[in-house]
Design a protein around this ligand. Structure first.
Ligand code: PEP
Ligand code: MN
Length: 399
C-alpha cells in the first residue's frame, strides 16, 4: 500500500492544525529521531500476548485516561507501575498464570472527543484533544492545536520510559527477563501525524514497526473498517488491539480479524471489550461465539471502565467501583460459558489517592469526588480501588 493511498482514507478525530509550516517542520524532526521502542521488544510482548491468547497467560493493561505534560506526570509513573505489578502478583498467585504488565503510558497523550468544539459563556473553542494537540485551559491560546506539541509528547514519552527503566527490577525491554519484571507500554494510536512520523523499518526483517509504543490500540470511535486508523494498524508489525463497544457486530469483528491479522497469529490482535455492566451479558456472548467459531485466536480483554461512565447530579464524570466489578465478573462468566479464555483487564487507574471513582475499600462517596479529582479526562481507580479490583479478579479467574 502506498503512502498516498493511506493518506486519502477518512481519518476521524484529527485536529485541524492552523500552522501547516510548523506541522511539516515537526513531522520532519520526528522522522529524524530514534524510535522510542525496539522491534525486538514489540515481538517479545507479542509472544506474551500469544500465550494469553492461547489461555496460558493474562494481560493487565492500565494507566491514566490521558497522560499530561510536565514533571507531575513523570512523578506518577512509579505509582502506576508499582500498583500494576502488585495487581499482577495477586492475579498470578490466584491463577498460576503469568501476567503481562502493560502501561497506558509513554504516549497516551491524544484523546478522542464526542464534540469537536466546546462552548462556555458564549465562547466557542476547539475541544481539548489531549496534551499532544492542545492545552486543557479554556483559552484561545491553550485550545489552538499546536503541532509542536508532538515533539514534546515524544520527549515526555522518552522521559517516561527512562523512569520505568530506572525502577530497578522493571525492565521496559522485554529481552532476557521472563521473571514477571517485564513491562511494556501502550497507547491509543489516534493522532496519525504523530504515529506515521514514528514508523521505522526494522533493518533485520524489513518489517514496518510503530516506534511510538509496544502495543497500540484503535479506539471505539476510530475503528471504522474503511478508515485510516484500521489501515494504519494493518500496516505495522506491532501487536495491536481494538476497543469494542456494545454496538459492534460479529461481522465487523470478523472483518477486523481479516484486516488486522489475516494470518491468525496468536498475540497479534486483541479485542478490548467495553460494553457496560448492564449490557455485557446480552451483547458479548454472540460476538465471542462467532469469533471463536471462526477459529481466529484473538485475545479477549475486558475494559470495565468506558461502558460505565456516568455524570453525577453536580456534573462530575465518575464511575462506580461496583459497576466496574460487575462488568469484570460478567466478562469472566461469559467467556467461561462460551469456552473461550478471559484474557485480562484494561483499566484507567493510578497509584495515587485520587477521588474520581466511587466505592471501594475507602468508600469514596459522590460528595468526596471534588477532594482529589485530578484526571485531565476520564475518572480513574485510585490505588486501593485498583488493588480491590485485583482481588476480585483473582477470585473470579481463580475459580
Ligand atoms: C480510552 O481508552 O480512554 C477511550 C477513549 O476508550 P474508548 O475508545 O473505548 O471509548
Ligand atoms: Mn478514557
Amino acid at each position: 500500500m502506498t503512502t498516498t493511498a493511506v493518506r486519502t482514507l477518512p481519518a476521524a478525530q484529527q485536529p485541524i492544525w492552523p500552522d501547516r509550516d510548523a506541522l511539516e517542520e515537526t513531522v520532519s524532526r520526528l522522522r529524524a529521531l530514534p524510535a522510542l521502542v525496539a522491534p525486538a521488544e514489540c515481538d517479545r510482548l507479542r509472544g506474551l500476548l500469544a500465550a494469553a491468547a492461547l489461555g496460558e497467560g493474562l494481560l493487565l493493561q492500565g494507566g491514566h485516561c490521558a497522560e499530561t505534560f510536565g514533571e507531575r506526570s513523570l512523578q506518577q509513573v512509579d505509582g502506576v507501575v508499582t500498583t500494576l505489578r502488585q495487581m499482577s502478583e495477586v492475579l498470578t498467585r490466584a491463577t498460576g498464570l503469568p501476567v503481562a504488565g502493560v502501561g497506558r503510558m509513554a504516549g497516551q497523550y491524544a484523546k478522542p472527543r464526542s464534540k469537536p468544539v466546546e462552548t462556555q459563556d458564549g465562547l466557542e473553542l476547539p475541544a481539548y484533544r489531549g496534551d499532544i494537540v492542545n492545552g486543557l485551559a479554556f483559552t484561545p491560546e491553550d485550545r489552538t492545536p499546536d503541532p509542536r506539541r508532538m515533539e514534546t509528547a515524544y520527549r515526555m514519552s522518552e522521559a517516561t520510559l527512562q523512569r520505568i527503566t530506572a525502577l530497578g527490577a522493571t525492565s521496559v525491554s522485554g529481552l532476557g527477563a521472563g521473571d514477571g519484571s517485564e513491562f511494556h507500554v501502550s497507547h491509543e494510536a489516534l493522532l496519525l501525524d504523530y504515529e506515521r512520523a514514528l514508523v521505522r523499518i526494522d533493518p533485520v526483517t524489513g518489517r514496518r514497526y510503530a516506534g511510538s509504543g509496544h502495543l497500540l490500540w484503535i479506539g471505539e470511535r476510530t475503528r471504522q473498517l474503511d478508515g485510516a486508523h484500521v489501515d494504519f494498524a494493518a500496516s505495522i508489525a506491532n501487536p495491536v488491539a481494538v476497543k469494542v463497544g456494545p454496538t459492534a457486530t460479529a461481522d465487523e469483528l470478523l472483518a477486523l480479524t481479516d484486516l488486522l491479522d489475516p494470518d491468525g497469529e496468536p498475540g497479534r490482535l486483541t479485542f478490548i471489550t467495553r460494553m457496560g455492566a448492564d449490557r455485557i451479558e446480552d451483547v458479548l456472548p454472540p460476538l465471542v461465539q462467532k469469533v471463536t467459531a471462526s477459529g481466529h485466536p484473538v485475545l479477549w480483554v475486558c475494559d470495565p471502565m468506558h461502558g460505565n461512565t456516568r455524570v453525577t447530579d453536580s456534573g462530575v464524570k465518575s464511575r462506580r467501583v461496583a459497576d466496574i466489578a460487575a462488568e469484570t465478573r460478567s466478562f469472566v462468566a461469559v467467556h467461561r460459558d462460551v469456552g473461550s479464555h478471559p484474557g485480562g483487564l484494561h483499566l484507567e487507574m493510578t497509584g495515587g489517592h485520587v477521588t474520581e471513582c466511587t466505592g471501594g475499600t475507602d468508600r469514596v462517596s459522590t460528595e468526596d469526588l471534588h477532594r482529589a479529582y485530578e484526571s485531565a479526562c476520564d475518572p480513574r481507580l485510585n490505588r486501593s480501588q485498583s488493588i480491590d479490583l485485583a482481588f476480585l479478579a483473582a477470585e473470579r479467574w481463580g475459580e
